[in-house]
Design a protein. Structure first.
Length: 196
């Protein structure tokens, strides 16, 4: 008759099959980079012993640095939402002389009918990663300004503001000029809704 499987398998009692607990060493072994008596430490060219308290043959491991040992400013993780980058980019783009508005004609019309949070960031789209961001802007420029100069100023202002406030690297700022605002056009030219 055969024994049940659970009774025939036993764990070996010798130390060679045991896994050491973190921060401890097994007898006859040493952590990497610490020499044991009679062995050479790599890179030193000498053979000897690792000592921490002046006694030959004993090794002491330094405790791992926990969060309490780190500077307070480096404890934890900061994430920045895409909406934050959108708002910063929108405000920085509007500061540039020659920019009349952000967004295309349809977006501006809808923004005039339904004002709100979307009106602040209309015409701005962003992609945000852990360390980088890319920004797309749709703008309306004033008649008579140099579009290339305005675009260059927008890039400088947007990149400076976003990188200063978020510390994200701005990899690109794409600008699409969707319209030119003429001097005789007024913002009240937006068609009024027929519904009340």
């Amino acid at each position: 008759m055969t024994e049940p499987i659970g009774q025939s398998l036993r764990k070996p009692e010798s130390d060679e099959f045991r896994t050491p607990a973190p921060g401890t060493t097994m007898p006859g072994t040493a952590p990497s980079g610490i020499a044991t008596p009679g062995t050479a430490t790599p890179g030193t060219g000498t053979s000897g012993t690792a000592t921490s308290s002046g006694t030959t043959g004993s090794t002491t491991l330094e405790p791992a640095r926990s969060g309490a040992g780190q500077p307070p400013a480096t404890r934890g993780r900061t994430t920045i939402a895409g909406g934050v980058v959108e708002k910063i980019a929108a405000l920085a783009a509007r500061e540039v002389p020659g920019v009349n508005a952000l967004g295309g004609g349809l977006a501006r019309t809808l923004g005039a009918i339904r004002p709100g949070r979307a009106s602040v960031t209309r015409g701005v789209k962003v992609e945000v990663g852990e360390r980088q961001t890319a920004i797309d802007l749709e703008i309306v420029v004033e008649y008579g300004v140099s579009i290339t100069e305005v675009a260059a100023e927008i890039r400088l202002n947007v990149i400076g503001a976003v990188e200063r406030m978020t510390e994200l690297e701005v990899v690109e700022v794409n600008i699409a000029v969707s319209d030119v605002h003429l001097p005789d056009e007024s913002e009240s030219a937006v068609p009024e809704s027929r519904l009340q």
